[in-house]
Design a protein around this ligand. Structure first.
Ligand SMILES: [Mg+2]
Length: 238
């Protein structure tokens, strides 16, 4: 695995959104808890259903990222298919209610990590440009950006569904860097996904740091940080 090497000064920091700037894991758990109450009212084993949701979602979301599922297809299936694993026949209405409940919680009540606002402010003070590059569905990501005010705090927002190509494709990164008219080597990608954020950014010629807030990725040969504050030294070498 390539080691992170700083061969060019950092002029642009590109952040992933979910589980990098926004604590998506926590709001997802909040949403699941509310969905659980609804399921119990319907006499459905909520715990078994909710345990089935993450793997179903991961598989379908990967297909959405690759353009093999539309946003509507992804959403129609992500809370339908966990019922199939339980052998439960659910009404369309219940599936739609679950999806709406989930989206309202994760998109309209997102939680910013504590280090986000101070780090974005300090990068701005140092004249380091900033951007967000995310693969999530456009409408939901826009709701998160509005609820957090993040769109006004960075220089550019790029959403895979709007660009027509998503991480890990090199074009997703080059499109963002190109907006700033700089060489890819001057851009630093920061995100929580070893493959989509770190490896893909290095492959596209950017610098990269893996954000490992929980310390769960181990060494793995990747340059990792535990907090966004560790990004700041990279904005000091102008
Ligand atoms: Mg992420």
């Amino acid at each position: 695995m390539d080691q992170h090497e700083r061969t060019m000064p950092t002029k642009l920091v590109i952040f992933d959104l979910d589980d990098t700037l926004i604590d998506f894991a926590t709001t997802r758990q909040t949403a699941y808890a509310q969905m659980g109450k609804l399921l119990e009212q319907e006499g459905i084993d909520a715990q078994a259903y909710l345990q089935a949701c993450p793997p179903v979602d991961r598989a379908l979301f990967a297909l959405f990222e690759q353009g093999k599922l539309t946003r509507a297809e992804y959403r129609a299936r992500r809370f339908r298919e966990p019922f199939d694993t339980l052998g439960v026949v659910a009404s369309d209405e219940l599936v739609i209610r679950l999806n709406t409940l989930f989206m309202d919680v994760v998109n309209d009540t997102p939680l910013l990590y504590d280090d986000v606002l101070p780090v974005l402010a300090q990068l701005r003070e140092r004249d380091v440009r900033t951007a967000i590059l995310t693969n999530g569905p456009s409408d939901g990501q826009r709701r998160k950006l509005k609820a957090t005010g993040l769109a006004e705090l960075v220089d550019h927002v790029a959403i895979g569904e709007e660009q027509g190509f998503s991480k890990p494709l090199p074009q997703a990164f080059h499109s963002v860097v190109g907006r700033f008219g700089m060489d890819s080597g001057h851009a630093l990608m920061v995100g929580d996904s070893p493959l989509l954020d770190y490896d893909a950014a290095l492959n596209a010629g950017l610098q990269a740091l893996l954000l490992d807030r929980g310390g769960c990725h181990g060494e793995g040969g990747r340059a990792s940080i535990r907090s966004l504050e560790a990004v700041l030294p990279f904005g000091n070498d102008q």
